[in-house]
Unconditional design. Structure first.
Length: 254
């Protein structure tokens, strides 16, 4: 199957890494330097500059531009796509329909872990394209179909933005290790190992159970968790998700 990706930013590059082995990819963008770099790295990928007119007739499009670029990019497209898969945060199906002609529309929210085939990708949109969209994006990791666009916006605040939250945690843990006396490289390696193992753990064990298993009475973990609770870390993460969700809603209104 041929997929046409419109956009050549960071998220597009992450998707290419996960999709190129399974699909015939055509990458369309405005940055010739980035397109050249993609073509050099992925020999079997076709790249094209978008120019003033690009025919999408009958194509399966993955739209990877910034939300604010939708209007400008849509003016350069002609024809009617078969499927339009949009990764634009907060951009509703209704907005996509008003901008680009397609038989089917699906909103997709992957994350940058797609580059390693381990994205947590959520989808919603036309049910007629549900199976195809799940098949395509399972090539970059786990997929979950959601019933409503509101749910996808909430998922965006968790899985889409989540790598930034987790990166903040990883950076802080490594800094804590250094403060306590570890060498920087050792602190980073230990933190990376922690994250690598936690993925399987959280998939198979409830978060509350993990905490119970690790926290022994009066132990080191109990003291560490108490410090985090004193700093309202739990509340801060809840507010982070709420804030990111509200921003997605704002983008949708624009």
């Amino acid at each position: 199957m041929k997929l046409t990706m419109i956009g050549n930013g960071n998220m597009a590059v992450a998707l290419i890494a996960g999709l190129y082995k399974k699909y015939d990819l055509e990458i369309v963008g405005r940055n010739s330097d980035k397109l050249h770099s993609i073509a050099k790295k992925y020999k079997n990928v076709t790249v094209k500059e978008i120019g003033d007119s690009f025919d999408i007739e009958g194509k399966n499009i993955i739209l990877c531009v910034k939300p604010y670029s939708l209007d400008d990019v849509s003016k350069k497209l002609k024809g009617k796509a078969n499927n339009l898969f949009s990764i634009l945060a907060g951009t509703t199906v209704e907005s996509l329909k008003n901008a680009i002609s397609s038989a089917h529309y699906v909103r997709v929210m992957p994350n940058v872990s797609a580059v390693y085939g381990s994205s947590m990708t959520t989808l919603t949109g036309d049910l007629d394209a549900k199976d195809l969209s799940k098949e395509i994006f399972s090539a970059i990791g786990d997929v979950l179909w959601l019933d409503t666009q509101k749910e996808l916006d909430i998922a965006t605040a968790i899985a889409g933005s989540g790598p930034a939250y987790l990166a903040l945690i990883a950076d802080a843990l490594a800094d804590g290790g250094v403060k306590a006396g570890l060498k920087r490289d050792d602190a980073k390696a230990i933190t990376a190992g922690l994250f690598a193992g936690f993925g399987d753990l959280i998939k198979n064990t409830e978060a509350s159970k993990i905490k119970e298993q690790v926290m022994s009475p009066g132990g080191t973990t109990a003291c560490g968790v108490a410090s985090l609770e004193d700093a309202n870390v739990r509340s801060a993460f809840i507010k982070a998700v709420e804030s990111a969700f509200n921003r997605a809603v704002e983008l949708g209104k624009k």
